[in-house]
Design a protein around this ligand. Sequence first.
Ligand code: GLN
Ligand code: ZN
Length: 758
Amino acid sequence: MAHTHLLGFPRIGAQRELKFALESFWRGESDAAQLHGTAAALRRHHWALQRDAGLTHVVAGDFSLYDGMLDLSVLLGALPARFGFDARALTPAQYFELARGNAAQPAMEMTKWFDTNYHYLVPELAPDTRFDGGRDDWFEQIRDAQATGATVKPVLIGPVTYLRLAKTHVADFDRLSLLPALVTAYERILARLAALGIEWVQIDEPALCLELDGRWVRAYGDAYATLGRQGVKLLLATYFEAVDDVRHAAKLPVHGFHIDLVRAPQQLAAWRAALPEGAVLSAGIVDGRNIWRTGLRRALDTLRVLHEDLADRLWIAPSCSLLHVPVTLRHEKTLDVGVKPWLAFAEEKLHEIALLARALNEGDAAIADALRESDAAQASRRGSKRVTNDLVRKRVAAVTEGMAERHHPFAERAPRQREALQLPLLPTTTIGSFPQTPAIRQARAAYKRQEIGALEYLNRMRDEIRLAVEKQEALGLDVLVHGEAERNDMVEYFGERLWGYAFSDNGWVQSYGSRCVKPPILYGDVYRPEPMTVDTTAYAQQLTTKPMKGMLTGPVTMLQWSFVRDDQPRSETALQLALAIREEVADLEKAGIRVIQIDEPAFREGLPLKQRDWTRYLAWAVRAFKLCSAAVRDETQIHTHMCYSEFNDILPAIAALDADVITIETSRSAMELLDAFGEFAYPNEIGPGVYDIHSPRVPSVDAMQRLLERACALIPVERLWVNPDCGLKTRGWPETEAALRNMVEAAQRIREQVSAPA
Ligand code: GLN
Ligand code: ZN
């Protein structure tokens, strides 16, 4: 009998119940009891789903009010000392202050969980960090789950991954020195679980899939030599990538291993060879990261071979926690009916797991209907005219290397652009969006509800564009933008105008805390039936004599922030997106737009988990960007924007994009990043963000002047631009205008300094 389980279930709720409960609690409109009531109801529902589907184990301890890493820090009692909280008596208000900051302390740092769009709260460790235990209501969740009568498998993030993802502000402090104390804390937790009668504990160690040096590899050996002997059985879960040294990992003294067979099927043979006598293998066969329905027959082919060997030592699971997919297809009303049968969200995936086990245990006939449906979905997706577009295929096949190169090198383009655009030294600009005011959101909602017609909506958007242009003129900015009023989201907006995309009503995925995203679904060949931004941009341009910057989202970001097809390599999909954007660039240029920005804020997050795979990724990602941008005349200036500060390790690739201007985030690190750009001798123009748009604070002229002076010391002034560090859509107009007025003034002061005789 094959066993079945999940590694984790989305917490947010099919109707985002948790989000709304959290936000109401934060606004003071409900109390902790109401919040905990919602959370408990969600957990009970998730357990019932698993039990009713017949999964042999029900996962518990995966729920969180904000984030699981934060909860683990609380459970361990390892809170950042700067808050001065008593971990054992932490109040709900204090819990959220750790996550969101308070008047005295900024929030704990948040960063992306491996290569997902889920953000965890980074543990802050110091030499005197102790793991003496904190609030332990986590155990109540486990008991509640047991009270349902199900066989409960708690999940914990493992100690080595915890340390690996933690950070410290103490120089030369080795996090691994905390391992013995941490392991002791885990021993206590495991002992308590054993006392509750728990048989299996899932211990997540995705860090085992990273490229680890000898010390970290040894840390695994040390930690599990102890933890493997605590009276509960451990299922060591890895995901998102392959384990490099399977022979070594399989020797860890645990009772089973979960591996990701979607992202890294190639590791299966090594695991079969190395799996110790008696150990469980949990096969992550259903994609936990993407929304495609599983081809049951293919999955069964893989599983059957394993089942013959392993019998009840085979467990069947999604590749990773289902946290990364939306909850259910049940409430989808307007999702394209041609595409919907190809999809499976968390609930549907849960049922796939149950079906696969049934087929193994009872024979295919037991799931005959499901198999037929699955076959039909696979065949329909493979054969669908929606998916393949011959025109796109032909264009992709006709791509040549020359198409990705500008006509002349930057050194020749730059003077032509300066001449054509007539820009001052240190030109000022913004990143694209201006405040998305309530009026804009209301107009969009009214249009969606069909309360106003297309023409009325268009006119309202034009009013907003006119307003943005007037304000920029009055501020004296040099390169203007239209303000992106018409865009709800920088990926969805383009997705809606391209063929090959579908959209869910309710396909929300938690990004952090109460924040959710609804990634569009890229299911087919990407085709641009008509221009997407030309009318708005050209309208904005004719309102001013200043250059109007066209604003597009780049291929890597389109890819990264969508659910993308799994039937062809990501690089291939990126190429299709690039060709569509390339046509848009050409149309903008034809319409008289002389500056075009192609945003790639997700360029870095596309990096593979293993550094040895970076070169390949960067090669196709750079090529895709260049394909978008290279066809323009020398005089047309290409900008790109990336809003993060860890560039150091990918600077050569950034330079290889050959954008004429790049605008980046630097204000929070006080231009630290520019050191790297300076050292690397970045060849093209740079706009280091001189103020942090994430805060409503209006930066002073002096503060921005100082940042610009630092920038001038690192980058030749002829190649510097002046701009905020990201788009302004989350800000209000008053603070935006005040900040930009100061920014223009700071630029003016530096211009005077530079032109004044020394
Ligand atoms: N042009 C976009 C904006 O200004 C860029 C957003 C981003 O970098 N994430 O909103
Ligand atoms: Zn940005």
